[in-house]
Design a protein around this ligand. Sequence first.
Ligand SMILES: Cc1cc2nc3c(=O)[nH]c(=O)nc-3n(C[C@H](O)[C@H](O)[C@H](O)COP(=O)(O)O)c2cc1C
Length: 214
Amino acid sequence: MISNQQILNQLHWRYATKKFDANRKISFQDWQTLSESLRLAPSSYGLQPWKFIVVQDPELRKRLQAVSRDQSQVSDCSHFVVFCFQKAVTDTSIQKHLQRISNERGVTLESLKEYAKGMVSSLMEGPRAKTISFWAQRQSYIAMGFLMMTAGLLEIDTCPMEGLDPLAYEEILGLKNSEFGVVAAVAIGYRSAGDKYAKNKKVRFATEQIIEFR
Ligand SMILES: Cc1cc2nc3c(=O)[nH]c(=O)nc-3n(C[C@H](O)[C@H](O)[C@H](O)COP(=O)(O)O)c2cc1C
């Protein structure tokens, strides 16, 4: 088991990396773990309304950098992951999910009827239905947190990125008119020795300002 102190150390070690060492790539084994952290992230009803596009083509990276306020992380990192969300929850996506549960757990679709009703009333009929794409985007951020925490524990650097033009990303990645939209990205790799941000003191509220016991 990892100790409390080790976790705290890594939380302090992690920072939003501005300059990546373009010559260092993460190993296949490390990538496998990071990719599992995305896959195993929880989501509401387990619906996983997301997709993660790992952009490896340098030309594509250059085009994405141009619509990401020219942030060099896009091109210099080892793995560049674009977080996509499913724009709508539909009967089909719910049915597919029920079938997955039935297959994986060996339960009948009939036994999932109440669960299915709950999903439909919450996500397709209730007040949340009007803003369902925001719901899906929020789910994607959970996966983002899992990815960054896992990377931090492996002493792999990340930069979460919202400083990008989602519509331009969708155009470049051929997602226009698809069921997915772009919400953010995470650059993953190793910090460059010259990144002065690595030494910045963390600016955070005091614990008692944000955590209340009642
Ligand atoms: C969702 C999200 C989007 C962010 N977008 C960017 C970005 O586009 N570029 C960047 O350099 N940093 C970005 N940041 C990094 C934050 O500025 C940074 O996490 C924050 O200032 C705290 O610093 P630390 O992560 O180094 O502790 C983003 C952070 C989050 C969580």
